[in-house]
Design a protein around this ligand. Structure first.
Ligand code: M6R
Length: 601
């Protein structure tokens, strides 16, 4: 993971680096650091285990006149080596003139480190990235040009990653990557590199995406060397600045939870007409298919579970979800449409799954919130979720956006391929259009009922989540949110599975959250846990603990399945996770050990 940035600018390098790091902090926030060339050919290096906001405060006291416009910066998600100042990037060579920021994992790090130690290099951190600085030191010391030295160095490092090197003697900055994102651009303010376009989006009108084998040097225009005979295409870019403000909310997660009903309305306004006419599917210009595999991780995988269910239930089409990090074991049948579901579009597990031999030649549709992402570039077609930027690390509104977008695409594709007739298509889409109201009603109930419940769970060590049918997927999402935000154990089960083992966990007071989508069978499962003294929290219709479910519970369609199942059940579980996290004193926008974009396998 990690975010990397670099600049050669006429303006303030520290101002640029801090703004860019703030934009990239979603990639990791264990520690942060910058190195800026000083006018005497040295480097000012500032690092710490704090957030970017504190770096900004530290920089405010520095005399800017000592600095040139050349610098690099990094925001870290720890892989090798603990979270400490000495492990924060940038890392430097023995001479103190080569400085490196790196995103990725060097798989042969121990071997390289041993070689370098044997040749007399001294290491000052525990991180794999430091070997890059010493390998570069040897190359440059032997008279190799900085860009060629980087080309040789990246060849010696196994694994995927991106790296940027600053030579503070010469003031040159070069970058390269392998199977990891790095983009470059120039403007009248200078030249820039970053892990993604948000690192300089407001400053440039176009950008270039580094390919494996490219080496780029910061200059105007960018200077391209490396193994590729040509330079990467220039991608025009219109920056739409995101609204990062809290607007009176205490945290981004609270704001993002609240945005969901209105967002659902906007998404459906955009997609339902086109889904009904089939234009949504036709516009993608993808071949007809007979099966579906939805690849994703975490919350996106859960959203994929609902979309896969829609393909199965409405079109009787084989559809499965594939855990991206386990995708190597998947066997895709003929004429499979692969749907890659990823909020960030940068998730390494997803990108690498698509690179697997077993996925070679498959048609990939990306459903992503980031049309400028690596995934969007890799896919044959994309449908944007259009959730707006999600800043809280816990996915909330992007989950709802993925479910609605994916289900609309599914209905459009099935209808166009004659697997759902027109009347049914209309009825399903009509039901989908009720979702904004159902979400709004659920939000109102959740904000009223859930906070006192959350306080009562403060002493509980773990929570069980249950559901049936589509409710299982929502139970999974509820459990994931709770773990991620509260650092407490949470586990979901199909309610019918409980008696096959997990029921042994239930004792007097064990919290059990049930997505109660109605019917005798789940009522029976609720009775089973109640009989063992569970602290039951049901999310259902009137009379349940959190009466947040509306029509999706009460009036099933003729075919017995609502387009998204009880999607509105997710809101009380998001609110529960956030409220309990706050009771426990957690940072709900930046939970420990996590990052918004997971760019390592
Ligand atoms: O960017 P992606 O949607 O591909 O990310 C996948 C997961 O890392 C992500 O959904 C994660 O599970 C969420 N932070 C959970 O809230």
């Amino acid at each position: 993971m990690c975010g990397i940035v670099a600049c050669r600018t006429d303006g303030s390098p520290t101002g640029y680096l801090c703004d860019a790091l703030q934009a990239l902090e979603y990639r990791g926030y264990d520690s942060v650091g910058i190195a800026v060339q000083t006018r005497d050919g040295g480097a000012l290096r500032l690092r710490g285990t704090h957030r970017v906001a504190e770096l900004v405060e530290r920089i405010a006291d520095l005399p800017q006149s000592d600095l040139t416009g050349v610098g690099i910066g990094h925001t870290r998600w720890a892989t090798h080596g603990g979270v400490s100042e000495r492990n924060a990037h940038p890392h430097s060579d023995c001479s103190g003139s080569i400085h490196v920021v790196h995103n990725g994992i060097i798989e042969n790090c121990e071997e390289l480190r041993s070689e370098l130690l044997a040749r007399g290099h001294e290491f000052s951190s525990d991180v794999d990235s430091e070997v890059i600085a010493h390998l570069m030191e040897e190359e440059v010391g032997a008279g190799v040009d900085l860009a060629d030295a980087l080309s040789h160095t990246i060849d010696r490092c196994e694994g995927s990653g991106a790296m940027v090197i600053m030579d503070s003697d010469s003031g040159r900055v070069v970058g390269a990557c392998r199977r990891a994102p790095l983009v470059g651009a120039t403007s009248s303010n200078g030249s820039f590199l970053a892990s993604d376009i948000s690192g300089f989006g407001s400053l440039v009108a176009s950008f270039q995406v580094l390919r494996d084998g490219d080496v780029v040097e910061l200059a105007v225009p960018l200077r391209w060397t490396g193994r590729n005979p040509d330079q990467p295409p220039v991608v025009p870019h219109e920056w739409t600045s995101s609204d990062m403000g809290l607007h009176g909310y205490p945290d981004h997660m609270a704001k993002e939870i609240d945005e969901q009903p209105e967002l659902a309305g906007r998404i459906l306004d955009r997609l339902v007409g086109a889904a009904g006419s089939g234009a949504l599917w036709r516009g993608l210009e993808l071949p007809a298919f007979e099966r579906v595999a939805i690849v994703g991780c975490g919350t996106s995988l859960n959203a994929g579970g609902i979309v896969a269910a829609a393909f199965r239930r409405f079109g009787l089409m084989p559809a499965e979800t594939v855990i991206a990090s386990e995708a190597a074991d998947t066997v895709l049948g003929p004429r499979t449409l692969v749907i890659a579901m990823s909020q960030s579009g940068e998730t390494a597990d997803v990108l690498h799954a698509l690179d697997g031999d077993n996925f070679a030649g498959s048609t990939v549709l990306a459903i992503t919130n980031n049309p400028n992402s690596s995934l969007a570039r890799r896919a044959n077609a994309i449908v944007e979720c259009s959730a707006g930027q999600e800043i809280g690390v816990a996915a909330t509104k992007t989950f709802v956006a993925q479910v609605l977008t994916g289900v609309a695409v599914a209905i459009s594709a099935l209808s166009e391929q004659g697997r759902v007739d027109r009347a049914n298509t209309r009825s399903i889409l009509g039901d989908l259009l009720r979702m904004p109201d159902l979400l709004a009603q659920s939000l109102t109930v959740a904000k009223d009922v859930v906070p006192p419940l959350a306080s009562q769970l403060a002493a509980s060590q773990g929570v069980i989540f249950l559901g049936r049918s589509a409710g299982v997927v929502y139970a999974a999402e509820g459990a994931l949110k709770l773990k991620e935000l509260t650092y407490r154990w949470a586990q979901h089960y199909p309610a019918g599975e409980l008696k096959h083992g997990p029921l042994a966990l239930v004792e007097e007071g064990t919290p059990v959250v049930v997505v109660d989508s109605g019917g005798a069978r789940i009522a029976g499962n609720i009775a089973e846990v109640a009989a063992r003294g569970a602290r039951l929290i049901t999310i259902g219709g009137p009379g349940s603990t959190i009466p947040a479910l509306g029509r999706s519970l009460m009036a099933p369609l003729d075919n017995g399945f609502q387009p998204c199942g009880p999607l509105e059940s997710v809101i009380p579980m998001q609110v529960l996770a956030r409220e309990l996290a706050l009771v426990l004193g957690r940072d709900v926008d930046k939970p420990r050990n996590l990052a918004k974009s997971v760019t390592v396998e």
